[in-house]
Every structure is written in structure tokens, then in C-alpha cells.
Write a protein of this length. Structure first.
Length: 155
């Protein structure tokens, strides 16, 4: 792995994003009434409480579908461009950085909502949050290199 945009650095983000997409789609299918239940090995009825809470229903579509869309966008954006994209097309790197930051912010907010508002936990939701935070950590070095490149161009 030589630069910040090497495929070897981006591939783990793609795989994690696809795993996050699969989890978020499972949660979406439950919220849409397609699935009767979701896997919950640790928190009893916690997943049902979280996924049917006022927080989860604050928007007119399943909130998990927004996460699914963001994960899929992240995966696609990570696959676009050469190993030199941070230098040649820095905006193409900043965009997945923004998506990853949004996923991380949403993860923190949703975990906080489980703790302080719903007072229940959802295993798959926590797994998705962990993936979101890990994706943000993995994307940060490439995004930082692209931002430095943009700053150097404007100087």
C-alpha cells in the first residue's frame, strides 16, 4: 500500500460499507413490516423498542433506509478513481469523507438516543454504529490528504 488512495486502503472501507448496508437493509425491512423480527441475542425486546420508538419514526420513511443509502453511496465512492485520486481528483475523495463523517455523526446520535431517550438497545443498530465509526476512522487519512491538496492548490 503506497499512497492514501491505494486500493488496499479503500477495499476494507468498501467491505465494511457493504456489511453496514446489509445490516441497515435488514433493519429497514423490519421497520417497513416485511420482517416480523430482527436478530437480538443480547437485549431481549430491545431491538423492537428501538426500531419502533418515536426517534425511529421521526421521519416518514424507515430511518434505517437512510443508513442503507449512505453505506451504499460510501461503497460506490470508494471504488471510483485511481490510487492517485487524492492528488488528481481531491473532491472525489472529500465526498466520501463527508459521507463517512455523516455516518459517524449519525451513529453517535443514534447510540445516544438508545441510551438517553429509548433506554433500550439494539444489537444490529450498535453493530451498524460501530461500522460507521470504523469507516470514518479508515477514510480520514485519505480525506485529510485530499484537503491538504486542495489547500495547497488554492495557496
Amino acid at each position: 500500500m503506497t499512497g492514501p488512495s491505494a486500493l488496499g486502503r479503500r477495499l476494507p472501507v468498501v467491505l465494511l460499507s457493504l456489511a453496514g448496508f446489509a445490516i441497515a437493509m435488514t433493519l429497514t425491512l423490519f421497520q417497513a413490516g416485511v420482517l416480523d423480527s430482527v436478530w437480538e441475542p443480547f437485549f431481549g425486546d430491545g431491538s423492537r423498542q428501538v426500531l419502533t420508538s418515536s426517534v425511529a419514526q421521526a421521519i416518514p420513511i424507515p430511518d434505517a433506509s437512510l443508513g442503507a443509502a449512505a453505506y451504499l453511496i460510501e461503497a460506490v465512492l470508494e471504488l471510483i478513481g485511481s490510487p492517485y485520486r487524492w492528488r488528481d481528483r481531491p473532491w472525489l475523495v472529500v465526498l466520501p469523507g463527508v459521507v463517512a463523517a455523516g455516518l459517524a455523526a449519525a451513529a453517535i446520535g443514534l447510540v445516544a438516543a438508545q441510551i438517553f431517550i429509548v433506554k433500550a438497545f439494539c444489537t444490529l443498530c450498535l453493530g451498524s454504529a460501530a461500522i460507521s465509526l470504523l469507516v470514518a476512522v479508515l477514510v480520514a487519512p485519505e480525506a485529510a490528504a485530499a484537503v491538504r491538496r486542495l489547500r495547497n492548490r488554492s495557496s
